[in-house]
Design a protein around this ligand. Structure first.
Ligand code: DLL
Length: 436
């Protein structure tokens, strides 16, 4: 089995990578300065000229790009090539505000395929495998991104897209899918539906999957692996940078290698913008150094993560980002305490006595923030006595209160009442926003 897709890049030494990055960065900055007015204006305002950016060490001199810059220049204002060179558009709506539009040249699509092919190869996929893609096809980057990468590897791609979960299970079974790509929450939903249909993991041929597009915990990984009988790998990316494939997990399942020959990564303090040393938790920032149509410079992702540069047993030298904790905009502030939904997921799944479905309802009552955690009962628990349900509720409450340092109310809800989704899970309903 191939271990790497592109050994010379994935295993290049740090020094080799830095010099390649420096060369590509200085070229990209010059091109963007010459061709994209908003970047030129921002650089001029900051007093930085392309000739000031000679190496990665000069990166900090460049201004950040924020989601608002993308919105302000909607739809094509940040494109760096004429439209006749753009062969594909994708878009991301996000939860608030106007959508953002990104473009790809023919060469950008090749870069994207390469990034996804590396991820798939690291997950153990080869041309002998069948790839079942349940990410949405359309303006969302998930479906097309993985699809094209898998074809590049030579896999037999099954472009199912989202919807009709029972049909998806039949396809997995009948077509002999060996790999699955979807959001981690949809993977669990597929497993649940499989169980309802009386199909066990021994009836299907799945052996691996690449899951991403939303934060998920180690505990969730275990659930998916056990229920589907597969090795579940993490894959990260965002529309603004390229889509899936910015970073991917290797056999260690401990952090995602970033495709550093295409994207330079930094972590910054989200409040001050100060660059943090590798290893400190901060906001992840990316600079594209090979993209032609839409190269973002120091793009602030709002994802909170930690970078680790250490020898990996897989042999890759690409820096790793540990599983992102969540996004700064998903972070809840409850009575002054910062809470990420992933922390709650981790506690719930560690206790292991409920179904892996939950939702957080945040409100403000008498000027005080309230947090209610709705946790779904597993069908077995649902038939338990009232006393044992009360005991479970108390157990969850005390585990949550002591981990988060705030008091939350727990509501156990009937099986299958938390809505199942085909894409990204909706974990938080914040009623405070309506009241502002
Ligand atoms: O979600 C691209 C993608 C598709 C990635 C399929 C992986 C697989 P957007 O819709 O623009 O793009 O959302 C990007 O999703 O900033 C993160 O907050 C979150 N995200 C993506 N992958 C992961 C992951 C796609 N593996 C936003 N872990 C990012 C945690 C993730 N969060």
């Amino acid at each position: 089995m191939e271990k790497y897709w592109n050994e010379s890049m994935e295993c290049a030494t740090h020094n080799e990578m830095r010099s390649l990055q420096s060369f590509r960065l200085s070229q990209t900055v010059r091109r963007v300065y010459e061709n994209v007015k908003p970047y030129r204006e921002k650089m001029d305002a900051a007093g930085v000229k392309p000739e000031d950016i000679k190496s990665v060490d000069d990166l900090y001199k460049l201004p950040f790009t924020m989601k608002q810059d993308l919105r302000d220049n909607y739809p094509y204002g940040l494109f760096a090539v004429p439209m006749e060179e753009v062969v594909r558009l994708h878009a991301s709506s996000g939860t608030t505000g106007k959508q953002i539009v990104v473009g790809y040249t023919e060469n950008d699509l090749e870069v994207w395929k390469e990034c996804c092919a590396r991820a798939l190869t690291a997950a153990g996929a080869t041309k002998h495998d069948f790839m079942h893609v349940s990410y949405g096809y359309g303006l969302f980057t998930g479906g097309f991104g993985i699809h094209n990468g898998a074809e590049k590897v030579g896999m037999t791609v099954i472009p199912v897209s989202t919807g009709n979960t029972k049909r998806q299970i039949n396809i997995i079974k009948d077509f002999g899918s060996t790999f699955l790509c979807c959001t981690p929450s949809y993977a669990l939903y597929l497993a649940e539906t499989m169980e309802e249909m009386g199909i066990t993991k021994d009836d299907i041929k799945l052996k691996g999957g690449l899951f991403g597009a939303e934060p998920w915990t180690e505990e969730m990984r275990q659930e998916i692996q056990n229920k589907l009988g597969i090795k579940a790998m993490d894959i990260y990316g965002l529309t603004e940078v390229i889509g899936p494939g910015v970073a991917f997990e290797c056999c260690e399942q401990n952090g995602m290698h970033i495709n550093e020959d295409h994207f330079i990564v930094e972590t910054i303090d989200p409040d001050t913008g100060e660059v943090l040393p590798e290893g400190s938790q901060g906001e992840i920032v990316f600079t594209c150094i090979t993209k032609e149509a839409f190269p973002v410079i120091r793009y602030r992702t709002r994802d909170i993560g930690v970078l680790k540069r250490e020898k990996c047993s897989c042999g890759r030298n690409l820096v790793k980002m540990m599983k992102p904790k969540g996004r700064t905009d998903d972070m809840l502030i409850i009575r002054g305490v910062n809470v990420f939904p992933s922390q709650i997921e981790s506690v719930l799944l560690q206790l292991g006595n409920t179904a892996p479905y939950y939702q957080l309802i945040v409100d403000r009552v008498n000027n005080t923030d309230t947090l209610e955690i709705q946790v779904e009962l597993s069908p077995e628990m649902f038939s338990d006595t009232v006393k044992s349900l009360e005991d479970s509720e108390k157990l969850i409450k005390s585990a949550i209160d002591s981990t988060l340092g705030i008091s939350a109310s727990i509501r156990l809800v009937e099986p299958k009442t938390i809505p199942r989704v085909e894409g990204k899970a909706v974990r938080v309903i914040d009623n405070r926003r309506k009241k502002q």
